[in-house]
Design a protein around this ligand. Sequence first.
Ligand SMILES: Cc1cc2nc3c(=O)[nH]c(=O)nc-3n(C[C@H](O)[C@H](O)[C@H](O)COP(=O)(O)O)c2cc1C
Length: 253
Amino acid sequence: MKILGILASHQEHGLNAQMLDEVLKNVDEGVETETIYLENYKITPHKYHEKNPVLDELSEKLLKSDVWVFAAPTYFRELSGVLKNFFDCMRPKLVYFKENGDTIPGQFKNKHYLSISSCYISPLENFITGVTDEAFKTIDRVMAAAGVIKVGEIVLPGTFGMKELPHNKKKLCQKYAKKISVKKRKDDSTLKRYIQLFFMIAVMALITMGIQLPLNSWIGSNFWWNYISFTLIFFVLLSCILHFMTFVKHRRR
Ligand SMILES: Cc1cc2nc3c(=O)[nH]c(=O)nc-3n(C[C@H](O)[C@H](O)[C@H](O)COP(=O)(O)O)c2cc1C
């Protein structure tokens, strides 16, 4: 079992480096770890018929690890350029191309990844505006194309003037260290998704019936009016929660 930390910050010993370090030094005994600092590599695109030893070396490191931990700050509300450039240049190694130009997951399919990011703005502002979302979304998009499975996210907002990690973030890093230390099955979140769906429906139905109660004086016991009002209220509530789960699903605090 090996975990590879990929640091993609301008600062080699900044807060992302500290979070990555906190994760890697708390993995279970016997789990091998390695950190690569992307700024130390001259990462250039793969040119047809030309050898690219840097990409080959990095690709080998990815292949030999079971879990990747990306630590990349948010720059201009986006993923740090060095990680984006790494992804762009690695594309031919991350995905296979079909004859029609579509891509399918390549050699790294079913590996796992954890994402770490940070930003200057406060936790409250990040909670409302989601400045760090784009960084996480870009990582997710690339990993989804490569068939790599997500383990989680760690975000650290309010980094202006911060020199050391807050206690709660250290704890979170330690928690994820334990989580990524065990070898995962391909995608073990199917059961979790069904359970989430069940509870979502149960809560939405309860709220819908609660809203219907005061409407009973108008609707009475007419089956069709009850049915129509239930469907409409349930639909609105479900759309809101699905929107929330789809677009606001990234960790912001
Ligand atoms: C080029 C650049 C762009 C940045 N853009 C943003 C931004 O849009 N929003 C924000 O809140 N912080 C921004 N920051 C602040 C970084 O996200 C913050 O300093 C980060 O915590 C640095 O992590 P590090 O200590 O690992 O280097 C930016 C920093 C740099 C250097």
